[in-house]
Design a binder for this molecule. Structure first.
Ligand code: PLP
Length: 453
């Protein structure tokens, strides 16, 4: 075991290939289906939304895909990100466990999102696209894609979930500083937005609605494509550089994680860290226990059904086999905007379904408390989303203490919380809303899931 606490890599260690877990899966994944015919879609069905290079990555079975040089160069502006042993947190918990975190908040926009934003903007630019429309929950994705648009010269239009837009006024300023434009969703800019506002002028928005608006803009404009910040295979693959670096850094630490933990909104930061470790497990090289943590107010993995469902509220996307609360489900407006999605990455759902990943749900208050303990020990203010991973890691460390075991725990600190301080303000003023999960709305939403098979 290394005496050191921080493990830094060199620029030359920035991964030159993305890792695709699909190549190492034991059981094959279910393909996306056309919403009309219910038959598997082909690359041409996705062509109005994505450039062909990304579509080919989406269906690729290759274990590794080369990262283009301009994307590698952009990565090396901040990568590799640090891996840190949380010794102060270990001490505060009085645990025999060794806790490590991979710090993706060290990126320009403060989260793991630029890892895929830069790749997606690059391939769109190569394909001659002028503009990308997208959704954003907490604002991290809209921010990262706006930065990527600035790097590769593409216009970015962001639809930001209204409740977050109002909670996080600084997000607009950052997005505009990077050259992007942003509106609160549902908006008057699209037919989808107008239809939802006509029914409910006070609709607080959801990722499902914002996706519908962005997809509509891309589908109805020739020079515009759509980009998704999570969920899809190619996004999870772009994020694999997190875990690939962590493998090298754990080697420097002369340790290997028994447990890997990440929070899950759409599944990309969790998969980015954990998939390279799960690949080693599936290839019979090294075992690992993976834990995916979601909010109890939006519990797709722990309460949702594993079914074919739409990715958006207007039911316009292909059907994906995933854990879902139903595309009509409106999660209660908590502070974990990035985790308020009704569905989940099909690849992660597949892993959970086959018992390779343990899903867990926690309330936002207990997570923020774990985040505050982390801030008081390690010094970093975590994003509210990231506090779910911290809570998962802390619980495992306390279990080690109770059982007198010394395990190694690695979690993804996927972002800092400097633009999410309203969550902490509400916590300290006692105004944090209780987590709620509307069981009746959930059951209605479930019954609206299309029958396939
Ligand atoms: C977007 C985001 C998430 C949720 O998305 P995943 O695809 O599940 O990673 C979590 N944390 C932060 C900081 C984010 O920006």
């Amino acid at each position: 075991m290394s005496e050191d606490s921080k493990f830094f890599l060199k620029d030359s260690d920035v991964p030159k290939q993305w890792y695709n877990l699909v190549a190492d899966l034991k059981e094959p994944m279910s393909p996306p289906l056309h919403p009309g015919t219910k038959q598997p879609i082909g690359p041409d069905d996705l062509a109005p939304l994505f450039p062909m290079e990304l579509i080919m990555q989406e269906v690729s079975q290759d274990r590794y895909i080369d990262i283009p040089k301009p994307v590698q160069e952009a990565y090396s502006r901040w990568r590799c990100t640090p891996l840190v042993r949380a010794r102060a947190l270990e001490k505060a918990l009085d645990t025999p466990a060794r806790i490590y975190y991979k710090y993706e908040g060290a990126s320009p926009s403060g989260s793991h999102k630029p890892n895929t934003a830069l790749a997606q903007a690059f391939y769109n630019k190569e394909a001659g696209i002028k503009k990308i429309a997208t959704e954003t929950g907490a604002g991290q994705w809209g921010t990262a894609l706006s930065y990527a648009g600035a790097v590769f010269g593409i216009e970015i239009q962001v639809f930001m979930v209204k409740v977050s837009f109002n909670q996080k006024p600084y997000r607009k300023a950052i997005i505009e500083s990077y050259g992007g434009s942003v509106v609160a969703s549902p908006s008057e800019l699209t037919n989808s937005g107008k239809a939802i506002l006509a029914k409910d002028p006070n609709n607080s928005g959801s990722l499902g609605i914002a996706i519908s608006e962005a997809v509509e803009v891309a589908a109805t404009n020739d020079d515009t494509k759509y980009a998704l910040g999570s969920v899809l295979n190619h996004v999870l693959m772009h994020q694999s550089i997190i875990g690939q670096e962590a493998l090298l850094q754990m080697e420097m630490a002369d340790d290997y994680p028994d447990i890997v933990v990440g929070c899950t909104g759409g599944g990309s930061n969790f998969s980015g860290l954990c998939n390279p470790f799960l690949g080693k497990k599936f290839r019979g090289e090294q075992d690992v226990h993976a834990i995916a943590v979601e909010p109890s107010s939006c519990p797709s993995l722990t309460k949702g059904t594993y079914s074919y469902d739409f990715g958006d509220t207007m039911k316009s996307t292909p059907l994906m086999k995933m854990h879902t609360l139903g595309s009509d489900f409106m999660p209660s407006p908590t502070h974990v905007g990035g985790l308020r999605y009704h569905g989940m990455a099909p690849m992660l759902s597949h892993l959970v379904h086959h018992g390779h990943v343990e899903p867990r749900a926690y309330g936002q208050k207990e997570c923020l408390e774990a985040g505050i303990q982390f801030a008081r020990t390690e010094g970093i203010m975590p994003a509210p989303e990231a506090t779910h991973a911290i809570k998962g890691a802390v619980d495992e460390a306390l279990k080690c203490k109770a059982e007198g075991k010394s395990k190694s725990i690695l979690f993804n600190l996927c972002g800092h919380g400097h633009f999410d301080m309203q969550a902490y303000m509400d916590y300290f003023s006692g105004n944090l809303a209780e987590d709620s999960f509307d069981t009746k709305a959930f059951e209605e939403s479930l019954s609206a899931i299309p029958a396939v098979n």
